[in-house]
Design a protein around this ligand. Sequence first.
Ligand code: ZN
Length: 139
Amino acid sequence: MEIEVKKLNALKRYSGDFNFEYEPSEDACLIPLCKIAGNVSVSGSYEIYDDDSVGVILTVAYKLEGQCSYCLKNAEKQIVYTSDLIFVRNENEDDYYYDGIKIDLKTAVDDAILISQPNVLLCKDGCEGVDVANNKKEV
Ligand SMILES: [Zn+2]
């Protein structure tokens, strides 16, 4: 999951695509009782600019599965999220830093996985939760 900027510059391949599978860390999912099922598919494109900054459009796709945050029934959701990033050689707060030689996409991919997660995983839109479901059964 690296973009070898210096090498690509030498080859005059100033833009291109990438596509790989990424195995997320165990704690990549922040939603209680849920996990990321399988690998995260990462795809995107890069463009190397004249000043050596590199624009990267990155899409992560993965499946969340676990228990509904409201009613604890089984739940799953497919997530697809695209971020538009820039990697620069001088460190600043807004952009990603790289050393001018190659870009390691790991941090950006981990960030995209975190940013793209919903706060809760629901079994269906508008799940009303376990209490309401139980009350309805009793009526
Ligand atoms: Zn539910």
